[in-house]
Ligand binder design. Structure first.
Ligand code: SAM
Length: 293
C-alpha cells in the first residue's frame, strides 16, 4: 500500500516548530497568480485549505473563527447595515454575516479569483447561500486598493486575510487601517484576523498600536481554534465608539433574539463578552501596544 502523504504547516518554521497533516486525498492543488493553494481531505478535520503553507479553514473547526469574526462585531454594533469583508474568499464569514437580517448590503473584496472559484466547487455549503443572496456583492481586487478609493461607507469592516506575508502583508499596514477608517461610518467597527499571540505577539502589538493611532478604542478579543496552532487566536478590534466593546450580555442576547435567534455552535452572548477578557500574557502584549507618534 502506497505511503500516505503528509502536508506540513510551515508558518512557524522559524520557531523550529511545524505541524503536519496526513492526507487522505488531495482534492485540488495549484500555484495561483498570488499564492500556493492546496485543498485536501484529512481523516479527522475533513476538508482542509492551505495557502502558502498556512491553514486557512477546516471543515471540523471553521465555525469557531467564522462565528467570532462575524457575530461579535455585528451584535456589538447592533444595527449594522453596510458591511465589508476584505479577503474571506472561502465565503464562510459571508455566510454568517448574511444571517443578520439587519444587513442590507455585504461587499466582499477578495484578491484571488481562484479562491472563490474553487470554493464554489469545494465549499458549496458557504458559497451557494451567499451567491444566491441579493445583498451580496463579490469584488475581485486588492483590499488595500479598494478601501483607498471606494466612495462607499461601512458600519462594519471584517478583515479575513491571510497572514502578513505575500498578498496579505499590506493588510497589516498603517495605510490600510487609515484607509479603512476613511470609509467607516460614525460608530463603525473594524475587526481583523490577527494571529496567535503565543507565536505572533509582535503582529498583534503592531496592529493594536496602529489602531490606537487612528481610533479611540484599539484592542483585541480571543478564541481557541484547534488548527490555528498556538492556543488563543487574536482578533483585532478598532472603533471610535468605546461602548461597543462593553456591550452587556443582556443586550447581546436581546439583539440575537431580534435577529431571529439563528443557531450558532460557538458564539453565545456570554462567550462574546468573555472573549474580551484577555489572559494576562495577551493583555500585556496589548498594554504594550503604544501608538508611536
Ligand atoms: N481564516 C483564514 C486565516 O485566518 O488565515 C483566512 C481565510 S481567507 C481564505 C484569506 C483570504 O485573504 C485568501 O483568500 C486570500 O486570497 C485573501 N487575501 C490575501 N491578501 C489579500 C488582499 N491584499 N486583498 C484581498 N484579499 C486578500
Amino acid at each position: 500500500m502506497a505511503e500516505k502523504r503528509w502536508i506540513a504547516e510551515t508558518l512557524f518554521d522559524d520557531l523550529g516548530f511545524s505541524m503536519s497533516y496526513q492526507v487522505d486525498k488531495v482534492l485540488y492543488e495549484m500555484q495561483t497568480e498570488h499564492q500556493h493553494l492546496v485543498l485536501f481531505e484529512h481523516p479527522f478535520f475533513g476538508k482542509m485549505l492551505m495557502l502558502d503553507g498556512a491553514t486557512q479553514i477546516t471543515k471540523r473547526d471553521e465555525f469557531i473563527y467564522q462565528e467570532m469574526m462575524s457575530h461579535v462585531p455585528l451584535f456589538a454594533h447592533g444595527q449594522a447595515r453596510e458591511v465589508l469583508i476584505i479577503g474571506g474568499g472561502d465565503c464562510g464569514i459571508a455566510e454568517e454575516v448574511l444571517k443578520h437580517k439587519s444587513v442590507k448590503r455585504l461587499t466582499q473584496v477578495e484578491i484571488d479569483a481562484a479562491v472563490i472559484e474553487f470554493s464554489k466547487e469545494h465549499f458549496p455549503e458557504f458559497t451557494k447561500p451567499v451567491f444566491a443572496d441579493k445583498r451580496f456583492e463579490s469584488v475581485i481586487d486588492d483590499g488595500m486598493k479598494y478601501v483607498a478609493r471606494t466612495e462607499r461607507r461601512f458600519d462594519a469592516i471584517i478583515v479575513d486575510s491571510t497572514d502578513p506575508q505575500g498578498p496579505g502583508k499590506v493588510l497589516f499596514s498603517q495605510k490600510f487601517y487609515a484607509a479603512c477608517k476613511r470609509c467607516m461610518n460614525k460608530g463603525a467597527v473594524l475587526v481583523t484576523q490577527n494571529g496567535v499571540p503565543m507565536f505572533q505577539p509582535n503582529e498583534l502589538a503592531s496592529s493594536v498600536a496602529k489602531f490606537r493611532r487612528l481610533f479611540a478604542d484599539g484592542a483585541c478579543y480571543v478564541a481557541a481554534i484547534p488548527t490555528y496552532i498556538g492556543g488563543h487566536m487574536a482578533m483585532g478590534w478598532a472603533s471610535d465608539d468605546r461602548r461597543l466593546r462593553q456591550t452587556p450580555v443582556k443586550a447581546l442576547a436581546a439583539r440575537h433574539r431580534k435577529a431571529g435567534a439563528f443557531s450558532t455552535r460557538y458564539w453565545t452572548p456570554e462567550v462574546h463578552a468573555a472573549a474580551f477578557a484577555l489572559p494576562r500574557f495577551i493583555a500585556d502584549v496589548v498594554a504594550r501596544a503604544r501608538p508611536r507618534r
